[in-house]
Design a protein around this ligand. Structure first.
Ligand SMILES: CC(C)=CCC/C(C)=C/CC/C(C)=C/CC/C(C)=C/CC/C(C)=C/CC/C(C)=C/CC/C(C)=C/COP(=O)(O)OP(=O)(O)O
Ligand SMILES: O=P(O)(O)OC[C@@H](O)CO
Ligand SMILES: [Mg+2]
Length: 229
């Protein structure tokens, strides 16, 4: 099941804390994207996550949860993506919540469905940067060094370059990808049209498209064809 991610080129990330109408959700789920990732950095609850999962489950595509809050873990997703923020000095976001989660859920954890993500947070203005106290002032070599900690030392299956809310530096993305042996490179942030989607998809293995779904649905849908058309 974990191998599901190996074929993904395009993923929509839906935020349970945001409203999406049925017709918009239908368009997103029928767009040809490879998967829906459910998650956000703030305002995610058990209730709004169950609601979104049940609506996405009417469609055939994979639906995974990116866990950001232990109170909002919901059974029934295809995979559980677990962020570990590498460029923070606060161990809470590297292993603290994770330790707490394993203590709390213990034998209930479906480990065969759990995929760890080595997060590198690079937009200083993103909510996730503030929440985790990430050191976002990294040059490409420094980002690539964190990526290699994830890829080579920790053997994580995913390195996630997170520019949430801003389009990132593609030279950094390229350099990070070149530094990886086995991890898949996810890129997310500021993909607001087909051109940016194509550019990011040329540098990363998988692109994640988030906020534009809520800001301009037509542009969001155009990102799918740019990658998979
Ligand atoms: C079914 C069942 C019992 C499952 C058990 C769940 C499970 C797999 C448990 C294993 C135990 C475990 C390892 C748990 C870890 C749980 C946990 C809370 C870890 C912390 C994760 C973390 C570092 C969170 C910090 C925030 C973060 C990185 C969020 C990622 C998502 C993100 C960046 C979204 C973007 O946010 P958005 O709201 O869109 O922001 P903008 O405003 O910029 O748009
Ligand atoms: O919302 P955007 O900026 O598209 O970013 C997508 C995703 O990486 C957020 O976690
Ligand atoms: Mg968002």
């Amino acid at each position: 099941m974990k191998d599901l991610i190996q074929s993904w080129r395009h993923v929509f990330k839906l935020d349970p804390d945001k409203e999406i109408a049925d017709d918009a959700l239908d368009a997103v789920c029928m767009s040809g994207t490879d998967a829906i990732m459910v998650g956000g950095s703030t305002g995610v609850t058990y209730e709004n996550t169950v609601d979104l999962l049940s609506r996405v489950r009417r469609y055939e595509l994979p639906c995974v949860q990116e866990v950001s809050d232990l109170e909002a873990v919901v059974p029934g997703f295809d995979l559980y993506m677990i962020p570990m923020v590498l460029n923070t000095g606060d161990p809470t976001w590297i292993l603290g919540r994770h330790h707490e989660g394993i203590e709390r859920y213990g034998y209930m954890i479906p480990w065969e469905l759990v995929v760890a993500e080595g997060y590198i947070v690079l937009n200083p203005d993103a909510a996730v940067a503030e929440l985790t106290g990430a050191n976002t002032a990294l040059d490409a070599s420094s980002a690539a060094a964190y990526a290699q900690v994830a890829d080579k030392l920790m053997q994580l299956p995913v390195v996630y370059l997170e520019y949430s809310g801003a389009f990132g530096d593609m030279e950094t993305v390229r350099k990070v990808r070149r530094s990886l042996d086995q991890a898949r490179l996810f890129y997310g942030g500021g993909i607001t049209n087909a051109e940016r989607a194509a550019e990011a998809a040329a540098c990363a293995d998988t692109i994640i498209v988030g906020n534009i779904v809520y800001d301009d649905l037509e542009q969001a849908l155009a990102t799918v064809n740019a990658v998979k058309g």
